[in-house]
Write a protein that binds this ligand. Structure first.
Ligand SMILES: [Zn+2]
Ligand SMILES: [Zn+2]
Length: 183
């Protein structure tokens, strides 16, 4: 799949205020936001959806509803967990060059992620990366009572127990001995 996050808005900036473009945005979630704890071996997730670009008197207003079904790693056993990510985008992108005169303009916006570059390229990657990270839960579990992995052998304890002796809190030692004797 080819990522589609970058748009040339030169033509739109030349049109009258209020002119609109409808585009379809798509990105491989792994490319877009490698920071997301995606489960290993899970199929690739695509963040996609319709986006509207509107020429305003200050720049290009981008509005869209994007969706991805991410496969995030369970915080305990690392199994994939399907997590829906719904992202509402509404950002104003600002030109750094006047499309008519070709002269540089100083954007009244400090966040460079919202700058349209000198070639009139509007790049949504950074905005969508941040939105995806915000939309994703910090901590996902495959189920409430996931038993996780054995810290010694790595066995997935949801699939069965292993032969490792669990570490016993030394304070329980005498009680464990007592239990052994009564067996
Ligand atoms: Zn789990
Ligand atoms: Zn074990």
């Amino acid at each position: 799949m080819v990522d589609s996050l970058v748009f040339n808005v030169a033509q739109l900036l030349r049109e009258s205020i209020g002119a609109v473009r409808h585009v379809e945005v798509a990105a491989n979630l792994q490319h877009l936001a490698p920071e997301l704890e995606q489960a290993e071996g899970a199929s690739e997730a695509t963040l996609s959806g319709p986006v509207r670009m509107i020429h305003t008197n200050t720049g290009i207003l981008v509005q869209g509803h994007l969706y991805a079904e991410a496969a995030l790693a369970c915080a305990r056993c690392l199994d994939p967990v399907a997590v829906p990510l719904a992202i509402e985008v509404e950002e104003l992108f600002i030109p750094t060059i006047d499309v008519v005169t070709g002269k540089p303009v100083t954007p009244e916006e400090d966040d460079r992620a919202l700058w349209i570059d000198e070639h009139h390229i509007l790049d949504m990657s950074e905005v969508l990366r941040q939105d995806a990270l915000l939309a994703a839960p910090v901590h996902v579990l495959c189920k409430e009572d996931c038993r996780g992995l054995c810290p010694t052998c790595g066995q997935n304890l949801n699939q069965g127990s292993c032969d490792c002796t669990p570490d016993v809190d030394p304070r329980w030692g005498p009680l464990v001995e007592l239990l052994k004797q009564t067996k």
